[in-house]
Design a protein. Structure first.
Length: 301
């Protein structure tokens, strides 16, 4: 049950998979090579997850700020971002990142090298600690973890916006060694990083949703029990009601059509013309008809 013990076995699994990859001829058995790469991806993700829990337990108040993550697209944050970062660092050192300009690569490689060296040091220190005193974190262990957390955050801040969709990956992930480079395939598409203005606009949408829920509770469209019980229907009901609120009740808010599409949040700007049509239709409804519409939108039909 101890985290250091969990780390030991997770680290053992990564080491074992790396050894199998290094002992395999990828040209003779490309299918097995892909299988092992997938195993490595999963085992590294598990290792990082355990390491994250260790840092939360050992240095909770000394973690590097991650406030910058708010500017990353949501699709980057839901799928093992840390594991992708390590893979990016390994590819940078191996020289297999096709999408990186030489100038950018020259600036990023020292950071990637420092990050990977720090990770190896963390692995060594935590393995030794797990074999000697698996229930404590002495100061040298804490210092190594603080350094790794800082380097990881700095690399993530620099490199995170360049991560896009991940394609088939067939390149060495251990020690910077290169295996079967002609099999290497990396698919990267640059993604838009949120500007401060877009972050503010999305915060306005959050406020609109909160005010919509408050109004729906007051009018009896929703109940507190539905919210407390995470009623699945709310996933449809609240956005529907929020569109009506944003167009009629709070017309100067984030759905204001007095702005140009470029001034709206990216969440709604693609639907600018559709929102105008909806607003025009809503304006001709009487108070009774609007109430009937909103109640209808709260049903599963």
């Amino acid at each position: 049950s101890r985290l250091l013990s969990q780390f030991f076995f997770a680290d053992e699994r990564v080491t074992r998979v790396v050894a199998e990859i290094n002992g395999l001829d990828a040209e003779l058995d490309p299918q097995q090579y892909l299988v092992l790469l997938n195993q490595l991806h999963l085992s590294q993700a598990h290792l990082l997850a355990v390491l994250e829990r260790i840092m939360e337990e050992c240095i909770p108040t000394q973690r590097h700020s991650r406030d910058y993550l708010v500017k990353f697209p949501e699709e980057l944050l839901v799928d093992s971002l840390g594991n992708h970062m390590l893979f990016a660092a390994e590819c940078l050192l191996a020289g297999t990142f096709l999408e990186v300009e030489e100038v950018d690569g020259a600036q990023l490689r020292p950071q990637a090298r420092n990050l990977l060296c720090s990770l190896e040091l963390v692995r060594t220190v935590l393995r030794e600690q797990s074999l000697s005193q698996p229930g404590s974190y002495p100061e040298p262990v804490r210092a190594v973890l603080i350094q790794f957390d800082r380097l990881f955050a700095e690399f993530e801040l620099r490199w995170g916006p360049g991560l896009g969709c991940w394609g088939e990956v067939c390149c060495a992930r251990a020690g910077g060694a290169s295996q079967s480079p002609h099999l290497s395939s990396y698919v990267s598409s640059l993604v838009a990083v949120k500007s401060p203005e877009e972050i503010y606009r999305q915060q306005e949408i959050i406020v609109l949703f909160c005010e919509t829920v408050e109004r729906a509770l007051r009018l009896g469209y929703l109940t507190q029990e539905m919210i407390d019980g995470y009623e699945p229907l709310l996933m449809f009901t609240i956005p529907r009601l929020a569109i009506i609120s944003g167009l009629l009740i709070y017309p100067e808010g984030p759905l204001s059509l007095e702005r140009s599409p470029e001034q709206m949040s990216q969440v709604f700007s693609p639907f600018y013309n559709l929102l105008k049509r909806i607003r025009d239709l809503l304006r001709v409804l009487s108070a009774e008809e609007l109430c009937l519409l909103e109640r209808s939108l709260c049903t599963a039909e």
